[in-house]
Structure formats: C-alpha cells, structure tokens
Design a protein around this ligand. Structure first.
Ligand SMILES: [Zn+2]
Length: 83
C-alpha cells in the first residue's frame, strides 16, 4: 500500500496504442495489466473470441465421437468380409 502509486498520472494514461485482433479497431490503453480485455479493445470482443474458441473445441470432439459411435454400430451389423 503506497500513497504515491494511488495518485493518477494523467501523462501516463492511455499512452499505448493497440489493435484489437477481433475487430481490428485500434484502441489506447495505459498498460496491459490495467486494460482487462487486452489484447482486445473491449470485454465484448474478448468474450466473442473466447466463445468461438470454446464452442469450437466443444463442437469438434462431440461430433467426432458421435460419428464414431454410429459407424461402430453399422460395422457391427455388417460382416467384415461381406464383399
Ligand atoms: Zn474489438
């Protein structure tokens, strides 16, 4: 706890500029630690990008395991040397 650090420093505010990887919008921020949605411009862009990752990871394994189950059932019904 330091009184010196609690004082705002206008000269250092929003001194860096970044570009949102989600929407491509440039934005200013003070520091990566202070800008919570970093490296995105806003929490919304961060959530959208995170959501895409999560849904992508959930959808792919789920669809694959389901397809494998159906294929296994079909294979079990048919004799392996039916040709
Ligand atoms: Zn953005």
């Amino acid at each position: 706890m330091s009184d010196q650090e609690s004082e705002p420093k206008p000269a250092e505010q929003f001194s860096k500029e970044g570009r949102c990887p989600r929407c491509g919008k440039s934005f200013k921020y003070r520091s990566a630690a202070a800008h919570k949605p970093f490296p995105f411009c806003s929490p919304r862009c961060r959530e959208v990008d995170l959501g895409n990752w999560l849904t992508g990871r959930y959808v792919i394994p789920g669809a694959q395991s389901r397809a494998d189950d159906e294929r296994d059932e079909d294979a079990a019904d048919l004799p392996p040397d039916a040709t």
